[in-house]
Design a protein around this ligand. Structure first.
Ligand code: SAH
Ligand code: DHB
Ligand code: MG
Length: 224
């Protein structure tokens, strides 16, 4: 009961609940064609992000780690009229692919792709008055997660939701002695969630086309 089964069930879920979507399919195709790594969230995970954003009525969304804009499209589609999304990406080539995908999806007017190290871009969002964000999705380099959480707390408000991808990493997250910097980053992130009085959080393990991993959900319970 491993990867093949998980793939089959993800396919079943997509066939059952996710209608064909030309803009999302084009985003995956163009990202592959441009040689971007195939590490976007799975379709059912993208839809989870979308539903969370809609359920919350999120009007301002921040994403850390754009890649080709696949998760960006799911999230930005949840925005109401006048809503805005900012997504942070280090690689100019990824940002360029993402901008084209967002334009094709009809979302260019609502989403800004900001190029640079996310940790350097985040202070500017505060200075420019773009905060507070209602929803933050953290999905860039895993070593950076502790810093992204610190800044997410400055960029949100009581009632905001912070979601983070890849917090289980094939179960490696339980290895305190791991020398993998990504694992250490994620362990530190989870420990920060546990110790941080401004959030109430959980982690859900996931299996599927992305292998075995997990998503963290942290509700901000106090103003910065
Ligand atoms: N959220 C995307 C996947 C993101 S993959 C989706 O699900 O569709 C992670 C992305 O983070 C990559 O594009 C990588 O270039 C970017 N990244 C890595 N380090 C970064 C950094 N320091 N600042 C901003 N982005 C970074
Ligand atoms: C990797 C990054 C991700 O965000 C992800 O969802 C899967 C894999 C990676 O860097 O390998
Ligand atoms: Mg990820």
């Amino acid at each position: 009961m491993t990867q093949d089964t998980w793939n089959a069930v993800d396919r079943y879920i997509a066939d059952t609940l996710l209608p064909p979507d030309p803009a999302l399919e084009a985003a995956v195709k163009s990202s592959d064609a441009a040689g971007l790594p195939p590490i976007a969230v799975a379709p059912n995970q993208g839809k989870l992000l979308h539903l969370l954003a809609r359920a919350m009525g999120a009007r301002r969304i921040l994403e850390v780690g754009t890649l080709g804009g696949y998760s960006t499209i799911w999230l930005a589609r949840a925005l109401p009229e006048g809503g805005r999304m900012v997504t942070l990406e280090f690689e100019p080539r990824h940002a360029e692919v993402a901008r084209a995908n967002l334009a094709r999806a009809g979302l260019a007017d609502r989403v800004e792709v900001r190029v640079g190290r996310a940790i350097d871009s985040m202070p500017g969002l505060l200075d420019e008055g773009l905060a507070p964000f209602d929803l933050v999705f953290i999905d860039a380099d895993k070593e950076g997660y502790p810093g992204y959480l610190e800044w997410s707390l400055r960029l949100t408000r009581k009632g905001s939701l912070i979601v983070a991808d890849n917090v289980v990493r094939n179960g490696k997250v339980t290895d305190a002695a791991s020398t993998d910097r990504s694992v250490q980053g994620v362990r530190r992130f989870n420990a920060m969630l546990a110790a941080e009085p401004r959030v109430d959080a959980t982690v859900i393990q996931t299996v599927g086309v992305k292998g075995w991993d997990g998503l963290a959900f942290a509700l901000v319970v106090a103003d910065p």
